[in-house]
Write a protein that binds this ligand. Structure first.
Ligand code: MN
Length: 335
């Protein structure tokens, strides 16, 4: 397996790329175990200079570590994720910034646990995905990739979660979100720990419809409480700023990004196991990431669920560029 980017080696590198080709519980399309290699191959074609930030993000050093190969056994326990957790913990102890390349989404549990510990519990998870991933179990397995975010919530009790791009959620997940909302309302819990930004409620997707229906008023805007069926959401319409405000209001200094590539629209990202129409474009998540880095201290990221289609390069390149954009956004916040 090659390294991320054809960059010069820097003595005291800042970023560590950790390939983790774990795939055990995918249910529909498969091939996420080939994701890291495809991302690394595509990264060779990256332009070093970032057109948006006006600098070369590779200058502070990007080192690719040896892949974390997880034993393909005990996939219904936390065991498979311990090796990745250790790799990320080691990265933090060296004062580095780990970026994990998956692999299926369940591996985020190991990476986020390490980040949560490094952040001493003051961590917000910025989660891009088509799926809420809040199932308590799937096919009898609580560590299935459809349960990724719920397993993180359980393992990291003080974490706050901001999910963006959601357009596939089960009744059970909705019922649980409503239950949490009720608990927050009744002061049984301090606040609603999970906020969902549904893809369909993104401002530019609802704009034409709302104009036609005359109930659209940009001045009332995003904070108007939703009458639609949107558990976990306070937003009738939203834009990037609402996501940034939500992260800020949670008040945790540290931020971690878990990016399931199926959060992007399936036309842009067909190379994934469970593609969904109606997803995010390129600019929504990259704008959110850039702005979020200005407010919070981004400490790590994972990019998961790329299942490369042989000969179809654009999706692989997109993910390589996304990784590089996260690095650039982080650097822009500290330099
Ligand atoms: Mn997903």
């Amino acid at each position: 397996m090659s390294k991320f980017g054809d960059f010069k080696v820097v003595a005291d590198h800042k970023f560590e790329i950790i390939p983790c080709p774990y795939e055990q519980t995918t249910t529909y399309g498969q091939g996420t175990k080939l994701g890291p290699a495809a991302i690394l191959a595509a990264s060779q074609e990256l332009e070093f200079f970032d057109d948006e930030f006006g600098f070369d993000p590779s200058e502070l050093g990007i080192k690719t570590l040896d892949p974390v190969n997880i034993d393909l056994q005990d996939s219904s326990t936390e065991k498979p994720f311990a090796a990745l957790e250790q790799a990320c913990t080691d990265s933090y102890s060296r004062n580095k910034f780990p970026i994990v390349l998956g692999g299926e989404h369940s591996l985020s549990l190991g990476a986020v646990k390490a980040a949560y510990q490094a952040a001493e519990g003051k961590l917000t998870l910025l989660h891009f995905d088509a799926h809420a991933d809040l199932r308590k179990e799937y096919n009898g397995n609580p560590y299935n990739h459809a349960c990724a975010i719920y397993s993180i919530y359980k393992a990291c009790p003080k974490i706050k979660i901001v999910s963006v791009g959601i357009r596939n959620i089960s009744k059970g997940e909705c019922d649980w979100l409503r239950e949490l909302e009720k608990q927050a309302e009744d002061n049984m819990i301090e606040e609603m720990p999970i906020t969902i930004f549904y893809a369909r409620d993104e401002f530019h997707k609802t704009y034409t419809y709302r104009i036609a229906n005359k109930d659209f008023n940009p001045d009332i805007g995003a904070k108007e409480s939703s009458k639609r069926f949107s558990p976990g959401s306070q937003h009738k319409y939203w834009n990037s700023k609402d996501v940034i405000d939500t992260i800020r209001n949670y008040g945790n200094h540290n931020l971690y990004i878990s990016f399931d590539v199926d959060g992007l629209d399936s036309t842009l990202m067909p190379s994934t196991g469970t593609p969904e129409p109606g997803g995010l474009d390129w600019y929504t998540p990259t704008n959110i990431i850039r702005e979020a880095c200005q407010d919070s201290k981004l400490i790590g990221a994972d990019i998961v669920e790329l299942a490369p289609i042989q000969g179809f390069h654009s999706a692989d390149f997109l993910v390589a560029k996304l990784v590089y954009k996260i690095i650039a956004s982080k650097l822009a916040s500290i330099s």
